[in-house]
Ligand binder design. Structure first.
Ligand code: GAL
Length: 426
């Protein structure tokens, strides 16, 4: 009797466990979501992971396919993405910069679906700046949602190394002040500039920031509207300054990636790094203290301007996992995700209603800069000009590194501006 009831209980338990497993399998079989990006450095990967965690909370059971292609600035990722798009094999969602990159590479080619409705249903139209939304809008339709907004024109430094060399940094820095610091460091046998241009974007960014520092925010807007020529004396002056800066860079710059150059700064091998605030993501990842271990100031001459490098994500036309992607895009625009992702990435949220106490000093400084400074789009990160011009700039920078020929540099950009059709006059 006892044996029989024991057997029955055991069988019932087995059935219950089997049913439970079946139910769990059913609940978890929510399909996939493929997200394509170039976020592979320590800080980038940690921040991306925070987005995935937020997504999993909202969409439990969906398998995330993290399709990353290493290479800062996406120079290696974008061609691979283009091949997939042209071959009818799109990831569900991919990283893109607004402006020319989004429009020229994806919208005009018909690779993305508008997500205009989400701006209403999620209330993003009320909490995200209209100016940013405009850079993702064509004919009344909006084509991406921003996870965050980077400030491109940062000059980062190893605070302890500068202290040891008697250098203090104020709220702003002029080009002359930078060169005075650089000479002091050189005399002490220290490389003033940390550069990692294994991927050309990093030194192109040094040029972009130096150009802005010379022509100013208004000059920048004129340059890209065709109201200032690429061989204007001010542009040539910027090229000369850039050439001078290169004299202070680390000898191993071509063998380092941008994040390895930040690593060199952290290790005290060199002092300053001109880079977008994804560099801050590396400091955060390394657990460094603001204004103790590292500090920042606007790249020389660029105080009062904010170079926008915004990171958006798309809905592929014919996305293999359309509904899962819808939930992904909703997650990206949510307060929770923006507050989790941006402190790790270095960028500020696209939403203006976040809790600022959740952000460190740098982020609060950058939020203030965004609110009051002249906002200018980055050319190195695809926003200010067509891909052909972006490429021509990279090529011209590559040549300039070798020949330091200012006239040839400016002439090639005059030509590229005309060929790419980006401006009316130059
Ligand atoms: C930019 C991107 C940033 C950062 C950087 C370095 O193009 O917008 O999020 O990842 O490249 O890889």
């Amino acid at each position: 009797m006892f044996k029989r009831s024991f057997k029955i209980t055991l069988m019932m338990m087995i059935v219950v466990v089997a049913l439970g497993t079946f139910a769990t399998t059913l609940a978890q079989d929510k399909g996939k979501l493929e997200v394509f990006s170039w976020w592979t450095s320590g800080g980038e990967a940690a921040a991306l992971d925070a987005l995935f965690k937020a997504y999993t909370k909202n969409a439990p059971g969906v398998e995330i396919v993290n399709a990353t292609v290493a290479g800062g600035g996406g120079s290696a990722a974008r061609p691979i993405l283009q091949t997939r798009l042209a071959g009818g094999d799109p990831p569900d969602s991919w990283q893109t910069h607004p402006g020319w990159e989004l429009m020229g590479q994806y919208v005009d080619a018909g690779y993305v679906e508008p997500i205009t409705d989400l701006y209403k249903s999620e209330g993003w139209d009320k909490v995200m700046p209209q100016g940013l939304i405009d850079t993702m809008t064509k004919d009344g339709e909006i084509y991406a949602v921003l996870a965050g907004v980077h400030r491109g024109n940062g000059l980062w430094y190893n605070k302890k190394l500068l202290d040891a060399n008697g250098i203090t940094v104020g709220d702003t820095k002029t080009s002359d002040e930078f060169f005075a610091d650089a000479d002091k460091l050189k005399a002490a046998g220290v490389d003033a500039l940390c550069v990692g241009d294994k991927d050309i974007f990093a030194t192109a960014e040094l040029f972009e920031n130096t150009l802005l520092g010379t022509v100013g925010g208004d000059g920048w807007l004129k340059l890209f509207a065709g109201e200032m020529a690429w061989d204007d004396p001010m542009v040539k002056q910027a090229m000369t300054n850039y050439g001078k800066m290169l004299d202070y860079q680390n000898a191993d710059h071509t063998s380092l990636t941008w994040d390895q150059a930040v690593g060199s700064l952290i290790a005290g091998k060199c002092a300053f790094n001109s880079m977008g605030d994804w560099a801050d993501g590396e400091f955060v990842k390394a657990g460094l203290k603001e204004n103790v271990d590292f500090g920042w100031v606007s790249h020389p001459g660029t105080a009062g301007s904010f170079v926008i490098v915004a990171d958006g994500f798309t809905m592929a036309k014919g996305a293999p996992d359309h509904d899962n992607n819808l939930e992904w895009l909703k997650t990206l625009g949510s307060k929770e995700a923006q507050e989790a992702f941006n402190p790790l990435k270095g960028s500020i949220p696209a939403r203006t209603d976040v809790d600022r106490t959740k952000f460190d000093k740098y982020h609060n400084w950058s939020m203030d800069s965004f609110a009051k400074d002249t906002l200018v789009p980055s050319v190195v990160h695809g926003e200010a000009a067509p891909a052909a011009f972006q490429q021509a700039l990279n090529d011209a920078v590559t040549l300039f590194l070798v020949d330091k020929d200012v006239d040839a540099f400016s002439a090639s950009l005059v030509q590229a501006a005309a060929d790419s059709g980006m401006t009316k006059k130059s």
